[in-house]
Design a protein around this ligand. Sequence first.
Ligand code: SF4
Length: 388
Amino acid sequence: MKDWRRAHDHRKQDFAPTLLDFGAVQFFLARHFGFCYGVENAIEISYRALEENKGRNVYLLSQMIHNQEVNADLQSRGIKFITDTDGTQFIPWENLGEDDVVIIPAFGTTLEIEKFLLDKNVEVQKYNTTCPFVEKVWARAEKLGKEDYTIIIHGKPKHEETRATFSHSASGGASVVVQDMDDAKQLAHYVTGEKTAAEFYEEFQGRFSKDFNPENDLKRVGVVNQTTMLATETQAIADFFKQTMIEKYGESNLKDHFADTRDTLCYATNDNQDSTYELLKTDADLAVVVGGYNSSNTSHIVELCERNFPTYFINSEREIQTSGEIHHFNYHQKKKETSFNFLPQKEPVKIVLTSGASCPDTLVDRVMLKLLGYFPNSKTTEEVLSAF
Ligand code: SF4
């Protein structure tokens, strides 16, 4: 299906979903979903690293991508994770030696970790899978730093990519991380002087660069973001700081206080989110979003789908227990839930189906096939796909 859509719309102008009409059930399949360039590249390099280094320890700094199945497969082939997603150490750093190979994941890593490994003569560059779209954010941050702007990073503070971006950004300029609009509003209180420096150090603890001085470092700001944030939220945060600077310094002085740059979302995030907006225009009964529960980009697709549909965020078809019971992840509360009677008693049942950038397409296939199994009178996949 993806190949067919690509061939018929190679300039990516049509973000409308594909309707797969099985009769008793219909699927609205997102125009863009699943693996992005960065993830495909990282997986390919990881398997190559294993192949080329038989008999050596091959480590991954943290999860390759936020997908349980892919990570489990890599582990079963011998890759060892040094830390987990939030930085918890699995393998002590002192265990690493110069015969070992370390793969840097698509999110990139901090300068501190990179230096530590290089100092130990560990091979890190050969299998560095840092996505070029993440490096683009670092380059933007560097440019802002050189122009003496403080870099406001819109991202999830604990996410590997944001930690890596913060490290690179902080090496070139004053930097601070905001997680969402509420955080941005709090930070603005230090721009306007409504709150004190002491309050800043407490409120933004662990999220500002060394020697950050809120009284001096919030006079000129620019915004970059984690590549997988919600586009509209980053835009709103950038607009908010722009307005804050206009109010404080006047419109004519804006350039001296605010770097008006575009967001640093990657193409995959944009394509997946634009496709999700098109899904919202359908009259579906429910949405099923497939992806890792710690995946940032998937959580934003879920957030969008929730605006219009009962939405079930699942990491594999195994979460669908029966036609009447589904286990799914509530990412707001970060916990698993069970819902009953999730498939309405009507015909046709209309289901939005999509996945995040770290989800293999086979998982989406398996979810669709499992759901199809609850509609015994539906057309076969061959019949439906023959139209494409
Ligand atoms: S989601 Fe974007 S930035 Fe992240 S790996 Fe994929 S293409 Fe690269």
